[in-house]
Design a protein around this ligand. Sequence first.
Ligand code: HSE
Length: 430
Amino acid sequence: MARETINVGILGYGIVGGGLYKVLTDNAQSITQRVGRPVNVVKVADIDWDRPREFDVPPELRTTDASEILEDENIDIVAETIGGIKPALGFVMAAIEAGKSVVTSNKEMIARHGNEILSAAAARSVDVAFEGAVGGVVPVIRTLKESLDADNIHEVMGIVNGTTNYILTQMSQNDMAFETALKQAQELGYAEADPTADVEGIDAANKLAILSALAFGRRVDVSQVYREGISRILPEDIAYARRMGFVVKLLAIGRRTAEDRLEARVHPVLLPNSHALAAVVGSFNAVFIRGEACDDVMLYGRGAGALPTGAAVAGDVLDCARNIVHGASGRTPCACAGEADLVPMGEVRSKVYLRMRVKDQAGVLGTIATIFGSQEVSINSVIQEQSDGKTADIVWIVHECVEDQLTSALKAIESLPIVESIPACIRVEG
Ligand code: HSE
């Protein structure tokens, strides 16, 4: 006979685990009404209960032993909020094997092992949900899996990392250097002590692999996602961009080409102020989706934090609970038909912003323009600034061109004695 309650065990009591517990317990009454049965957190596992937490758990629910959740037959849903691959993946596979549904906010695990996790879940007729893995509370997973499921999606483009968006916003609004803005992000708790995963685009690449698989129905090998971070963005370029009507953002871009191949790339871009994503500032996230029937859709919200991410994971708990109540599972299985055929970055076409520090003398512009021409790189606009009579900044925007050809041109330009350096090369979108 079915139990009177749906029982949940939480693995990992950090920021997200805390938010999840708080949302599920604070809203227990309305959740019971919505699901048709009470949804109770009955056990929370963490290896260290001495750390101070924002949201307290009654001592009788605490354990340091994950197997007390994984082996408890009364637990229906396991929420994995540990993060990373080890031990999270082993726990998730054990939970599925034990016939439990799993909810998780673990982007790295889903990006790298989503296929094996979803296959195991299908074999055991349980559900795996991961709304909290991308964009915190921004409901992009369910939107792609369900709301836009009937459409043909062409493009998913997102600001999916709040730390880097916060840093770029500070650099832009307060003329800060990257290092100063990063330090501030660390003091506010946005950036980790080791900020590599955020600032070098690793976190965004994991999220893009997940979004692309859902949007385009092909598995994306995250190690093949092109990735460039924001640590080399200079305040001078943010200032030039602003004067030309652009903002600098770190974007995760997934795009289906006319030949049915996929572009999957994470890198800084110049976005025109008129683009919907340009208005997304601070630690907020947003995902812009373009589809054949739906046209443009944008989802916006807090991409991190205990309560926003906790609310997204709690929504997944309710989804799994409803399926259990109605005796359903696997309603939205993995829909990937094989691996994505990714376009190598060298073949991608982009419009590009370039800044060069050059000798201020006759013939410089012409020499550089000739090299661009020889590689079929066509100039859209050019301005010369900051001349002290000896050196000057030349800022170019070139029309859409093939990356490999631009790279060849820049190599030749860099070797000219009249060129001191090329401090910036940033793609332009929108
Ligand atoms: N580190 C992420 C960010 C939050 O800065 O957006 C969790 O995905």
